[in-house]
Design a protein around this ligand. Structure first.
Ligand SMILES: [Zn+2]
Length: 281
């Protein structure tokens, strides 16, 4: 088998599957998620970045588009926010109001999947709202402003938009009584999945491409024309796009200049992007 074919089909199952196996064993053993989860998430994201160099989907997207420094800022702030949220959940365990109806007796893998499904539905709904409500869109537009798709785009978000996207689902699973370990396990998996979802990597999910939100279908969500980008909103499970009629899976592939926004003068600096939703012209 050629390297290209092997990498194309083995990249996601090997990296994400390996991460999922680690998280499952670690949480079953009852070990502390910190700092292990943070370290494996960073390692998983680094592998995605490395694989992009070996087998890019679009070679032009591996070159700086006057965005690398800004995106490093987004990655540091948003991964910090994610770890801070997970850390706060663990520190506040037992203090947060909860209905205590979560099935804590279920095997940990099922609990992680269940919590993930609730948070994923929350993300889908907030993502759709972010394309519908003008002030939410102005915060979310930073995520769509990138002129290329690569591993850092998963975290290229206004921190306020990140909180609004993930917050409602997170509040629901906490209110239901899911344990901090279950929640942080899913957040760890999601952080690496988001790098894959936006990766400039020529990989495929094979028969699962219409069920798990990988880059193959998600690239269409970043189409430059706003009216064309109202598809494939799901973060992990594409079942939400199936259910709500927003799945789009055409036979052709996107070109190197097909992603981004129509706005030609979108700010490129980190602080320019942070303030753009409030002071845009
Ligand atoms: Zn979007």
């Amino acid at each position: 088998m050629q390297r290209s074919t092997l990498l194309r089909y083995a990249a996601y199952p090997t990296v994400f599957g390996g991460l999922a196996a680690f998280v499952l064993v670690w949480s079953t053993l009852g070990n502390s998620p910190w700092p292990a989860y943070g370290l494996v998430a960073v390692a998983g994201i680094a592998v995605v970045a490395l694989l992009e160099r070996i087998q890019p989907f679009e070679p032009a997207w591996n070159h700086d588009h006057n965005d690398t420094i800004t995106d490093i800022g987004h990655v540091l702030v948003n991964l910090g926010l994610l770890s801070g949220t997970a850390y706060a959940l663990h520190s506040l365990a037992g203090w947060l109001p909860s209905m205590s109806i979560w099935p804590n007796h279920w095997p940990i893998a099922l609990q992680i999947l269940a919590a993930g499904a609730v948070m994923d539905l929350g993300l889908y709904l907030m993502h759709r709202l972010s394309h519908r409500v003008p002030w939410l869109w102005h915060l979310h537009a930073i995520h769509h402003s990138s002129e290329r798709l690569y591993w850092m785009n998963g975290e290229r978000r206004h921190p306020l938009s990140a909180l609004l996207l993930a917050g409602p689902g997170l509040v629901v699973v906490v209110a239901l009584g899911a344990s901090p370990l279950v929640i942080s396990s899913w957040l760890t998996l999601l952080s690496v999945h988001l790098a894959f979802q936006h990766a400039n990597l020529d990989y495929s999910l094979g028969p699962l491409r219409r069920w798990i939100g990988g880059a193959e279908l998600h690239r269409w969500h970043h189409k430059r024309e706003f009216e064309d980008a109202q598809v494939n909103y799901s973060e992990y499970w594409l079942v939400w796009d199936h259910m709500f009629g927003t799945l789009f899976d055409p036979p052709q592939t996107l070109g190197a200049t097909d992603v981004g926004l129509r706005e030609a003068r979108f700010p490129t600096s980190y602080f320019g992007q942070l303030t753009w939703p409030f002071f845009r012209r």
